[in-house]
Design a protein around this ligand. Structure first.
Ligand code: IPD
Ligand code: CA
Ligand code: CA
Ligand code: CA
Length: 266
């Protein structure tokens, strides 16, 4: 597997931030935590990891823009390129000592995501993808799962916080998928959920109210692993609509159909 110079920069940044997260994970009870909104926390670990990623990426490409979850967006002088970074995806897991969290870094060129890296330092799993170059977990080439019917599938989802997003619609979707799929998982780190779809661990995934940094790297991983990813309406305007549905051709279609069933009014 040959990685481009840019992908190497992204990998280095993710691994360096991952080391910082691993150290903080060992001392999680001593971290300062603040609350940004309902069920939305940020800790010193998030901020440190974002600074590491920012410094590494900007050192390598000072003219690129930078969109990170925990800082003001930097508009690049380059105009064509933007880094999209979640320094710690799965903060709630992290703060509870659950080793399901990751650093997620994507590179956008002229509005298209062209490379993505997702690194879980707790399991030492490094997911990488570049447009046209395939998707990998460490050195292993990835392919989405091949199951064709929901009744054989394990499907991941996100659970919108009560009072945020359309909770009622989610419960209807959940009831449908629960009735039709072999199993449901709520793992708590959207970037890793998407990486799991690329790796064929999850057959499909859906979630609403996501931000670009939650999905950007996963998007290219899934496409490069032969999967399909769209918003709830089937469009590729994922960053605008903030929703995501993913899987192989068949499961993506089945989940879209579930998500677009009419919601009973009572
Ligand atoms: C969150 C996680 C979670 C998802 C939330 C995200 P964060 O990201 O990805 O799985 O359900 O919507 O905000 O805040 O831990 O980076
Ligand atoms: Ca957050
Ligand atoms: Ca996130
Ligand atoms: Ca985050």
């Amino acid at each position: 597997m040959a990685r481009s110079a840019l992908l190497n920069v992204m990998v280095q940044a993710a691994v360096k931030a991952g080391k910082s997260l691993s150290r903080d994970f060992g001392e999680v009870q001593n971290l300062q935590v603040s609350v940004k909104g309902p069920s939305d926390f940020v800790s010193q670990a998030d901020l440190k990891a974002e600074k590491i990623v920012h410094d590494e990426l900007m050192k390598a490409r000072p003219t690129y823009g930078f969109l990170g979850e925990e800082s003001e967006e930097i508009i690049g002088t380059d105009g064509a390129h933007r880094w999209i970074v979640d320094p710690l995806d799965g903060t709630t897991n992290f703060l509870h000592g659950i080793p399901q969290f990751a650093v997620s870094i994507a590179l956008e060129r002229n509005g298209e995501v062209v490379a993505g890296v997702i690194f879980n330092p707790a399991t030492d799993e490094l997911y990488t993808a570049e447009r046209g170059g395939g998707a990998f977990l460490n050195d292993r080439r990835l392919r989405v799962a091949s199951r064709r019917v929901l009744s054989d599938c394990v499907i991941g989802c996100g659970v919108p916080h009560l009072g945020r997003g359309n909770h009622g619609k989610f419960l209807v979707e959940l009831r449908h998928v629960m009735g039709e799929a072999a199993g449901i998982r709520r793992m708590g780190a959207a970037a890793l959920d998407l990486a799991y779809v690329a790796a064929g661990r999850l057959d499909g995934f859906w979630e609403v109210e996501l931000s670009p940094w939650d999905v950007a790297a996963g998007l290219v991983l899934i496409r490069e692993a032969g999967g399909f990813i769209s918003d709830m309406k089937g469009s590729t305007n994922i960053f605008e609509s903030r929703s995501v549905v993913a899987g192989n051709e068949h499961i993506h279609k089945a989940l879209l159909e579930v998500a677009n069933r009419p919601v009973p009014t009572r």
